[in-house]
Ligand binder design. Structure first.
Ligand SMILES: Nc1nc2c(ncn2[C@@H]2O[C@H](COP(=O)(O)OP(=O)(O)OP(=O)(O)O)[C@@H](O)[C@H]2O)c(=O)[nH]1
Ligand SMILES: [Mg+2]
Length: 423
């Protein structure tokens, strides 16, 4: 099962604006008529129930949305690039990694049809018509299209199971899932028989829940030992844990503490999940005797059930208890959701730009609007540069630069663009 893949997504670039002039009979030089470029396509991830794995994705693949088309003469607007929709299974978690390697959680796609835009296409550039005004009737420049956003994404598929079976290798987890459901996970008399989580639907009367058989956990699993680390994160989304103990072993409670220690060490709330103890293999006489002994000594953490996955004894009672625990958890969650209704607040007012001096004393302006303008207006073209500076001033950047001591003729930087500031 491929459950984690890293891909690169690239939104489309905006089309360039056109710098054209009307050609009419008897009019030697018509006015500007260059149309705007179309915007670049977005990249979206969409959850679909028709997929259950990430098999369609390959590590390092690049997925691109299409670019916007350039504008044309006669004010013709360029066509927008089409969006790229990447389909992923329900339960996919999307994380973006920025250039510094920092991870940012983007979305949990937990329902069919749920979608998230993970890279926005660039804006189309304006045609030269838009730059005409009383002082500049024939602009010969247009605006370039904005680059599309590119992002490195990690898509992870976490299992959506109600109940997770945890325990040491060989405890009998797979055998229990076979007894509980029609799933046929491999059973072996050796550790690490189960290499991948397997799901089974467990029926309880008219109800049912989904249980996930996990690879065995060992000491150090939370640090990556054995197979544990890879799979501990699958347990994150289960509501209830059934902790399977092999009662034929010398000291089952030591095993119990070891596994719980690993769950606590891994974090992510695993240790806080409701847990039901499954005292397994009681078809074995020594195992049964051990249950009686520990019970009489009052050492068994509750709730516990004695069972044999092999003969099926006690498995129905355990299934029923697990189902009730799942119901309790669902109810508690519904209540929590009701108590934490979203509060509508006005969006925080964001500054349109920021201006500061870098170590060399160069003024640096950041912000999405100024950066967009600097990226798309050609600073080598006299008129386009005037237009850029004019627009930056209208954002209030002139005053901010003056406060920083910037004088006409100084070099400044806007985003990734260097230019000469003009008063
Ligand atoms: N006597 C007895 N043996 C059992 C019982 N349940 C499982 N076993 C045996 O224990 C061994 C391990 O069983 P599995 O179900 O593969 O154990 P697991 O916990 O899935 O093991 P891993 O996948 O390696 O983590 C096998 O030889 C099973 O036949 C039981 O209730 N009684
Ligand atoms: Mg197994």
């Amino acid at each position: 099962m491929i459950d984690r893949v890293r891909i690169r997504v690239e939104a489309g670039r905006g089309g360039d604006g056109a710098a054209t002039f009307r050609r009419e009979k008897f009019v030697p030089r018509g006015g500007p008529d260059g149309g705007d470029g179309g915007r670049g396509g977005n990249v979206l991830l969409v959850a679909t129930k028709s997929l259950s794995t990430l098999r369609d994705y390959h590590e390092g693949d690049v997925h691109r949305a299409s670019d916007g088309k350039p504008g044309g003469s006669n004010r013709k607007k360029g066509a927008s690039g089409s969006h790229l929709e990447l389909r992923v299974p329900i339960g996919s978690t999307i994380t973006a990694i920025d250039e510094h390697g920092e991870a940012e959680h983007i979305a949990d796609l937990v329902e069919d049809g749920m979608a998230v835009v993970c890279a926005r296409g660039g804006r189309g550039g304006w045609g030269n018509v838009r730059f005409a005004g009383p002082t500049r009737q024939a602009p010969h420049f247009a605006q370039r299209g904005q680059g599309g956003r590119a992002r490195l994404l990690i898509i992870e598929l976490k299992l959506l199971a109600d109940v997770g079976l945890v325990g040491l290798p060989n405890a009998g987890k797979s055998t229990l899932l076979r007894a509980w459901s029609r799933a046929q996970p491999k059973v072996g008399a050796y550790p690490f028989t189960t290499l991948e989580p397997e799901l089974g639907v467990v029926t309880v009367g008219y109800d049912s829940f989904v249980a996930a058989d996990m690879p065995g956990l060992i000491e150090g699993a939370s640090q990556g030992a054995g197979l544990g680390h890879e799979f501990l994160r699958h347990i994150e989304r289960t509501r209830v844990l059934v902790h399977v103990l092999d009662m034929t072993r010398e000291d089952p409670l030591a095993d119990y503490r070891l596994i719980n220690g690993e769950l606590a060490e891994f974090g992510h709330g695993l240790a806080q999940k409701p847990q039901i103890l499954a005292l397994n293999k009681v078809d074995d006489q020594d195992a049964r005797a051990r249950v009686v002994l520990l019970d009489e000594a009052g050492e068994l953490p509750r709730p516990w059930f004695a069972l044999s996955g092999l003969t099926g004894e006690g498995t129905t009672e355990l299934a029923r208890a697990a189902w009730h625990a799942v119901q309790d958890s669902r109810r508690a969650e519904a209540q929590r959701d009701a108590e934490t209704l979203p509060v509508l607040e006005p969006p925080a007012r964001r500054e349109r730009f920021q201006a500061s001096l870098d170590e060399q004393g160069t003024a640096v302006v950041t912000g999405s609007t100024p950066e967009w303008l600097a990226e798309t207006l050609d600073t080598d073209d006299q008129d386009a540069r005037y237009e850029l500076i004019d627009r930056l001033k209208r954002l209030g950047i002139g005053r901010a630069l003056a406060r920083l001591g910037v004088k006409p003729g100084d070099r400044i930087r806007v985003g990734a663009t260097d230019l000469t500031w003009d008063a």
